[in-house]
Design a protein around this ligand. Structure first.
Ligand code: PAF
Length: 283
């Protein structure tokens, strides 16, 4: 695996693949890799001749009182995992390489409509930071395919929209959420949980599944289901954030035409904010 810290050297390597007619898949990450990331990498390997992974803890997507400074950084372990998976190139830029003019002067990409709801309402500016860095990475890596996890359902919707609206010739692939045996969605932030909190945390996925089962069994009083779920989460030791049943295509409240719903939740255990979602195709 070749590791690049400079955009120009990365570009030259990808250009060479293109000249040789090879396809390139890209997996952007913030590192502290786990099995969920490795699933994205495996999917990328199945779909293209060469795989580029980036690791960049993007300061622009963290709010002032969020966990930027304590976000886990494990470059050695991450590199070893990527080598074991047969990744071809790792892009590991510094903040200066990504934002040479500083964050304040950086042009920003903002996806209207869906960036300020759900996670965006709880984390103002977060999705502008994500949309900006993903657009920059797309321009730097120039892949044919980019692979993202469905755990960040809203992020994936935003990336699909920016790809369409900014005419990136990139196919976006969403990969199903990787879970621990007890159902907890894999996330770098799970590492912040104490043993006791970790034991309680699967209640988030269990609650989402029971809402999904209730809808599958014909219940359609969505506000009542959302309220019951918030209470169940509080009972399980979470501080519930949002808990919303939405149209999976638009993230709007579902109307009579809706063919697939997504149930999305954020909930905080101690100081650790977790998110998860499940989908259901309606009959
Ligand atoms: O999902 C993530 O890890 C990040 O939001 C991403 C897409 C790598 C952008 O920084």
């Amino acid at each position: 695996m070749q590791t690049f810290t400079s955009v120009s050297i990365l570009r030259a390597a990808v250009r060479e693949h293109r000249q040789k007619g090879r396809t390139v898949a890209f997996v952007p990450t913030m590192g502290n890799l786990h099995e969920g990331h490795l699933e994205l990498v495996r999917r990328a390997k199945d779909m293209a001749d060469r795989v580029v992974v980036s690791i960049f803890v993007n300061p622009m997507q963290f709010g002032a009182n969020e966990d930027l400074s304590r976000y886990p950084r494990t470059p050695k372990e991450d590199t070893a995992m990527l080598v074991a998976e047969g990744v071809h190139h790792l892009f590991l830029p510094s903040v200066e390489e990504m934002y040479p003019g500083g964050l304040e002067q950086q042009v920003r990409v903002s996806v209207p409509g869906i960036s300020n709801i759900l996670c965006g309402a709880e984390r103002p500016g977060h999705f502008d930071g994500v949309a900006t860095v993903v657009s920059k990475l797309f321009n730097m890596v120039d892949p044919d395919i980019a692979v993202f996890g469905q755990k960040d359902f809203q992020q994936l919707a935003i990336i699909r929209q920016l790809t369409r609206d900014l005419n990136f010739p990139i196919r976006i692939e969403g990969v199903e959420t990787a879970r621990a045996g007890d159902g907890l969605a894999l996330s770098s932030r799970n590492g912040y949980l104490s043993q006791e909190q970790r034991a309680k945390a699967p209640a988030l996925y269990a609650t989402l599944c029971s809402t999904r089962d209730a809808i599958a069994n014909g219940q359609r009083d969505y506000p009542a289901l959302e309220q019951a779920a918030r209470e169940a989460l509080a009972h399980a030791g979470f501080q519930p954030g949002y808990y919303e049943i939405r149209d999976a295509g638009t993230l709007a409240k579902p109307d009579a035409e809706c063919g697939e719903i997504v149930i999305l939740a954020s909930a905080t255990m101690g100081n650790t904010r977790l998110i998860d979602n499940v989908t259901l195709v309606l009959p």
